[in-house]
Ligand binder design. Structure first.
Ligand code: PEP
Ligand code: MN
Length: 295
């Protein structure tokens, strides 16, 4: 750690005064907490799985049942989505309030907790009464008023890393949540911008290096999301295995019954069968590394 050159990298002064709450107090300091009965902390790797978009009640119920029986700990799915372009069609459309209701129905139907994205302060009451974890997306990582307002709900928050942000920026954002007295903060690496991503459709590069780097300075759990990083289904299983091996404290993956027909990001979701056999392998890797993977 360099103390002479504050800026992009983390200095000792940052740890003392910029993000004292996010920083570890000693080498063995790691947060441990539970969300809806799922444990977060060192040696734990819960799995978050589900489609990009909560497309319909039928779809999300089917996904909930199928991922739970294959080892997922949380059902994921977006109802309020930061879609890159403003144009909509019947299929390419946020399901918003209806989507939140379908997530809740699927959660009780399959008895699995849920995580969904919150984008605007005015939807906090709706989303926080429904979701076990509030997800802040990459594009909102530095939306500080939103972070503060979400923190005040005291709901657990998963803070996805801004795709152009340093670990220093990310911990600064986490501090905005912690300073409100909300201690259940989960970080999520989801790919960063890089000049070479090895496929034109891959918009980001999974930064596996940030996992040990973050664990050196922060006690917060670090989840990794290979799906949003690589945007390419054939690469998801090998990256997911690397995510467990590198010591991720959770794993998020997009799973859809018919990935090619997914309303959003059809290139990245994996199907049930791939997910099921992957989880078996991930559990084996976890065993070798003393990490409990999945439910
Ligand atoms: C998502 O998880 O569906 C999502 C939109 O992720 P990100 O914010 O990382 O792009
Ligand atoms: Mn997505």
């Amino acid at each position: 750690m360099d103390n002479s050159n504050p800026g992009k990298d983390i200095s000792l002064e940052d740890i003392k005064s910029k993000f004292p709450l996010a920083s570890k107090k000693n080498d063995n300091h790691f947060s441990e907490f539970s969300v809806a009965g799922v444990q977060f902390g060192p040696n734990k790797c819960p799995i978050f799985a589900g489609p990009n978009m909560v497309e319909s009640e039928e779809l999300i119920k089917d996904v909930a049942i199928n991922i739970k029986k294959r080892g997922a700990s949380f059902l994921r799915g977006g109802a309020f989505k930061p879609l890159t372009f403003p144009y909509r069609s019947e299929k390419y459309n946020e399901t918003r309030e209806r989507g939140i209701e379908w997530m809740q129905l699927a959660s009780s139907y399959a008895d699995i907790p849920i995580i969904t994205e919150i984008m605007e302060e005015r939807y906090i009451p709706l989303v926080s009464q429904a979701s076990d974890i509030l997800q802040i997306g990459t594009r909102n990582m530095q939306n500080y008023p939103l972070l503060t307002a979400c923190a005040k709900t005291k709901k657990p928050i998963m803070l996805k890393r801004g795709f152009g942000c340093s670990l220093r920026d990310w911990l600064g954002a986490a501090e905005y949540i912690l300073v409100e007295g909300n201690e259940r903060v989960i970080l999520c690496e989801r790919g960063i911008v890089a000049p070479h991503t090895h496929r034109s459709s891959s918009r980001f590069l999974l930064d596996l290096q940030v996992v040990p780097a973050a664990q050196e300075v922060t006690h917060l759990p670090i989840v990794t999301d290979p799906s949003h990083a690589c945007f390419w289904r054939p690469w998801v299983p090998s990256l997911a295995k690397a995510c467990v091996a590198v010591g991720s404290n959770g794993l998020m993956m997009e799973v859809h019954p018919k990935p090619k027909e997914a309303a959003v990001d059809p290139l990245q979701a994996i199907d049930y069968e791939t997910f099921g056999s992957l989880v078996i392998q991930l559990k084996e890797i976890g065993k070798a590394c003393n990490i409990d993977v999945g439910n």
